[in-house]
Each structure stands twice: as structure tokens, then as C-alpha cells.
Write a protein of this length. Sequence first.
Length: 559
Amino acid sequence: MKGTYFGKYDPTREINYSKRMQFISPEDCKTVDFDYSTNSMTVFNQSNYEHNLQALLTYDKVFAKDHDLKVLAGASMEWNKDYQETVGRRDFLTDDIYVINAGSADPNVWTTSGTASDWAIASFFGRVNYSWKGRYLAEANLRYDGSSRFSSKVRWGIFPAFSAGWRISEEPFFRAKDYISNLKLRVSWGQAGNQNTSALYQHYSTISTSAYYFGGLSHTSAYYTKSINDRLTWETKTTTNIGMDVSFLNDKFSLSLDGFKDRTSDILMTPVVPDTYGMSAPIMNVGVVDNIGWEAMFSYRDHKNDFRWGVTLQVSDAKNKVKEMIGSPVISGNYITEVGHEMNEWYGWKCEGIFSSDEEVENHAFQNIKTGIGDLMYQDTDGNKTVNANDRVRLGSSRPRFPFGINLDFGWKGIDLNIFLQGVASQKTYINSYGGLPLPESLGSLQEHHMDRWHQDDNGTWIAGKYPKLRIGGINVGSFSSFWLQNSAYLRAKNIQIGYTLPESFVKKLSMEHIRFYLNAENLFTFTKMKGVDPESPVGNGNMYPLTKVCSFGVNVSF
């Protein structure tokens, strides 16, 4: 039996202040006040208390040499309390004294706020493992979880899981052991719960306050901010998996295959409601999504005399489909989610090219009164001779497809070389603002590849380019279309290391056990068609610290 407790207290204190801004007049070299002649100070205090308590009971017994039984039972509890307070004043008498009481005594320029929150989750769980001669394997799990985020009527959820394995290669009737050294079949089914929502008290009516003026005096008002939902309960993910492990020729070749299907039901999300509803919509269990995929891993290892080599390849893929959802379709920015389709597909105008002549502009559906040569040409989907929001279409999946990894090992005597490659075979990424678009903001800039654009020479003749012409307004840059979706598939040398281990006979003379020198390189090269930013960059403005290449040298010594 074993029990553990973990506690954490995390205090935070921030002080923000601003001084009066001054500058020296170039006319008489005297110091004068800037227009912003007030000073202020704000103090923020936060106290966060985190607790985690766990108790485990284990039992392990082998019966009659062939029956191996392992049992685990346990309980855990996690709870958190958070307190936040903010106080502030302005118009301090001097910039050299920064304590709250030194600020203005006028309550109208004070800043005061405070919040508190808490949540807890409790769990009871158990697991039973059984094995007979290492040939037949079975496991059963059961969890009983309760969350403070849900009302007492639906607070607790039961989540079972089962798995079984059969090592066929251990059967007496298996006669291919000279060629197949290991053959194992696996199957599993299980459920897991998710209680993570942005609302900690969805089953309670929450009230906010504000101020209004009546008769020249300030009064405090209170109002309900959102609807109550006391039936909100656990989101449940049900997973079914079938797999196979097989090894050939004394484990030189090995192959692992898995196929799975996930169904996430009672998805926790906030449905879209009209403005006339009057308050925020409650979080509800409103969706069902299926996810079907597979994963494969292949490896080969061998040696000849002093030379050894090995390769491991891992690749996977999955696709999801929305089965049920309230308010379908849901269009959010550049994404669309609809029953019968994948979640968060790209949604925008389909670009048919770039206008190259006035005739093309005149014969095409109306886009904008400013549309001309060098502008993007959008598809008139509904055929009404006008391009508007109704002409937006699905532009493909926003999820990565076929992520893979390759590991290569080579060795000869004391020399070893390891290369790890990773990548994604297919993905569409949208990088907006500074990272992907030319002159997107008032202080924006161009990247080198944006120079290949439609423009006019000194004689007014149009010169064709890959990118549309630069112009003020959102006709080309501000309107999301397939033109700005980049192919972010890539292959990257994530890590390369070469090393040399000194001969043991030499090391022993130095009274040591092992000495190895190595040279290591991270992110040495990347092959991709993506422009401007790293292909692993998340969707957004590309404003992130760039991935760095790191080369290092080291030595491992053991005595």
C-alpha cells in the first residue's frame, strides 16, 4: 500500500507603474511636460493553492507457476483554490514615491477588483492484469470520477476499459518459429472522461455587477451573465483498437500495425445563439465526433562483422467526421464545422488566379469596385455574377496528414551514427499578418518572396508575378482565400549525432570504464515549400521565436 500527497503554493505579485513623461525642448533646452502628464500604479496579487492526494493498494501473485495475477486499487483527489486582487491609483504627488496611499484620494480614479475560484475532482479506480504462460493476456480497468464542475445529479461518471492479447507464436501448434519469432494480436476497448470546461460553475446562476447613474449619483446594479445548465456532464471518449505485432528472422524485421476508432460523445461546447437571447449561452453536451485512423511501425536491424545498421519507420493517419452537433454548420473565422464533414475545415473563397487584363475583369463576376489587373480572381460559386460571403467554400482539411518519423542507426567498431528525421506528408497552413502576407499592417514589411508580384514598369506595362499587386485595402490580403493557404509539408533532420568510443583496452589504462566523444546537430536542415516561417508554426501571424539550429560537442565519461 502506498500513499502520496503533493501540494503547491504559487504566489504572484506584479507592480505596474507609469511616470510622467517629459522631454527637452530643442528651442530653449528646457524640460517641459509631455501631453501625458499623469502617473499611475497598479498592484496585482494572486495566490494559487494546489493539492493532490493519492492512495494505492497493489497485489501481485503467481499461481501454479503459469498464472500471473496483478491487482491495483486506488483513490485520488485533486483540488485547487485561486485568489486574485488588483488595486491601483493615479495622480501621485511625485514620481519617486510609489505606494498606493500616495496616489489620489479621489475614489473615481481608483482601480479595485478581486476574484476567487475553486474546483475539485475525486476518483476511485482499479485495474486487474492476468497472464497465462505469457501467452494469453487480459486487463480490465474501471474508473469512477467526480467533478465539481458538474451538478450533484450528474457529477459522477463510470469509465471502463478492457484489453486482451494473444501471443500466437507461443502456441505449441505454431510451426513457423524459424521465420516468425514473434506474433501477437491485440484488441482493446475503453472509455475516458473529460471535464475540462472554461466555466467552473455552469450549474449555478452567476451574477455580475455594474454601475449606473441616477439623480447624479452612482448606483450598483446586478444582472445574470449566462444561462444555467445543471445537466452538464462528462464528455466521453470511446476508443476501439485492433493491433498486431510480428517479428521475423530472429527479430531482424519487426512490424507493428494498429487500427483505431474513437467516438467522442457529449462534447462540451458553447452553441451559437442569436443576440436577442440576451445573455451568454451555456456550455452544453451537444456534439458527437468520430475519428478513424491507423498507425504503422517497421524496423530492421542487422550486422555483418564489425558493421551494424538499423532503420525504424513510423507513420500514421486519421480522419474525423462530425456525426451530431447543435447549430450546424458553425462558421468561425476561416473555419467551418458541419455534420457529415470534418471538424474545422478551411473555409473561404476559392482563388481562380490573378486578373491579367481588363477584359478578364469585365467578363468576371463583380468582386469590388476597385478590382483590376493584378488582383486575385475569386470563384463565383452560386453563379449570381457577384462574389460575396455566400461564395465561400470548403478549402480542405486544416489537420496534418501522414505525420512520420525515420530513425537511422549505423555503427562500425567504435564509430556510431544516429539520424532522426521527422515530417508531415500533407498539410495546409494559413499564416497571416507579418508572417505570411505582404504589408498587412500600417507598419508591415515585405519578405523577399513577396517581391515576385504583379506590378507596372516605368512605361505602365504590367509585369506578371506569383503574388497579386500591392494595394491599400483588403481586396487581396485581407480576404481569406485558397491563394494564401500554404503547403506546409516538410522533412526535417531533427537530430544527427556522430560519436566515437575509445577502445576498452585503452580506457582501462586510464582507470575508467567508458569514454565517448560525440558531435550533435539539431534542426540541421529542412525541406519544405512553405515560405516565410517554419512549417511547424501554428496557424496565426507567425510571430514566434524561430526554430534554431544547434551544433554541440561533448564527451561521456564513466568511472
